[in-house]
Design a protein around this ligand. Structure first.
Ligand SMILES: Nc1ncnc2c1ncn2[C@@H]1O[C@H](COP(=O)(O)OP(=O)(O)OP(=O)(O)O)[C@@H](O)[C@H]1O
Ligand SMILES: [Mg+2]
Length: 277
């Protein structure tokens, strides 16, 4: 679904500076849920903007849903196939009425009025915001705003959805609501790219790309990536609390059979240990 080979990007024209995206490869299969984890300033948002043609790679080859991102004739087709949800929901509205805001994205593609109305209803249902058609986005809670922004993307029926720190400005309830929508969209077969620096959110991904200073310093399953605390620290991330506990217990001579990556797994390991005692 996404094939990136040896991609570089730099904001600066000074070629002595290392590129912000520094010769990276990136491959995602259709229907995969990929998390991109990385510290502040590691290049995550820049990378996402390359995926939908907001920025263009200066070298390398990048195809997204069979479209070469350098093919500017296909830019609108590309943007319909890959939807982006950003960090701050307030920056994502163009209208003061929810239904008009969702319609705006669709009107760019010349859908019939009937089709637009159908898609508004469907997408609001998907984010559990039915009945809010006439609300003003600015009067909604942070979580509700983000769900409306997501509805605007879902209405375009994209194959791929990129969530760039989409939960980072939300309270725990808002975060959970958005994470539930991400899981729901994955279950519907969408390809998901979720950028986060909440390491515990990456646990649910199929694969994780770990980003560090413009390169991918590691790629693997959540277990591969999240149980390697040393590599996470080298990439500017804090290890998972349950992995830290596993390691601390090990140092004290208490060895759990498997390293857990969720609290539920940690409790399970402790119960098994207790049974053996
Ligand atoms: N428009 C821009 N012009 C120049 N430099 C930029 C621009 N946007 C980002 N940068 C620089 O590029 C680097 C990567 O930024 P980017 O926003 O991609 O990182 P990030 O991993 O998304 O960070 P965060 O976790 O804070 O969102 C940073 O050093 C940043 O200062
Ligand atoms: Mg960012």
């Amino acid at each position: 679904m996404i094939h990136g080979n040896d991609i570089t990007f730099s904001y600066s024209i000074n070629t002595k500076d290392p590129p912000i995206i520094n010769h990276v490869d990136f491959n995602v299969d259709a229907g995969e849920f990929i998390a991109i984890l990385g510290a502040n300033g590691s290049g995550k948002s820049t990378f996402c903007k390359l995926l939908n043609g907001l920025l263009l790679p200066q070298s390398g080859k990048l195809t997204v849903a069979d479209i070469d991102v350098h093919n500017t004739d296909k830019l609108w087709e590309l943007r319909r196939k890959i939807g982006m949800v950003f960090q701050n929901p307030d920056n994502q509205f163009v209208s003061s009425v929810v239904a008009q805001d969702i319609a705006f994205g669709l009107e760019n593609y010349e859908f019939s009025r009937e089709e637009i109305d159908k898609r508004i209803t469907q997408s609001l249902e998907m984010v559990n915001m039915q009945g809010f058609e006439n609300a003003c986005p600015h009067n909604l809670s942070g979580g509700q705003k983000q769900r409306i922004a997501i509805a605007g993307i879902l209405a375009l029926h994209p194959d791929i959805i990129v969530f760039d720190e989409a939960t980072s400005m939300l309270d725990p309830i808002g975060r959970k609501e958005v994470l539930d929508i991400i899981q729901q969209q994955k279950a519907f077969g969408k390809t998901i790219i979720m950028v986060t620096h909440y390491i515990e959110e990456a646990v649910f991904a199929d694969k994780i790309y770990l980003m560090h200073q413009g390169t991918f310093s590691a790629y693997g399953t959540p277990f591969d990536i999240l149980t390697n605390s040393e590599r996470l620290i080298q990439s500017g991330m804090l290890p998972l609390t349950v992995v830290k506990l596993y390691e601390d217990l090990k140092k004290m001579g208490i060895c759990l059979e498997h390293c857990p990556i969720t609290i539920a797994e940690f409790v399970e390991e402790l119960c098994q240990l207790r049974q053996k005692m």
